[in-house]
Unconditional design. Sequence first.
Length: 78
Amino acid sequence: MNSIVIEHVSISELPEVWRARLGQPSGNRVTVRIEEESPAASQEANTDKTNPMFGMWRDREEMADVEAYARQLRAPRF
């Protein structure tokens, strides 16, 4: 895994989003460490183990054909 460490960075030099999360005066200095995320970490976020809503309708018979179900929902009602 690759990482970059930048020491003694003035908070005023950081991106605005980072400054807002730190909540410290802009004159302070910090050490920034940036690490590369593993592909497995991003894939794990989308599994049914981490998201209880994933697959919540998998047992519903009317949704076996998702495209037909969506067409029926979008069809005119009159």
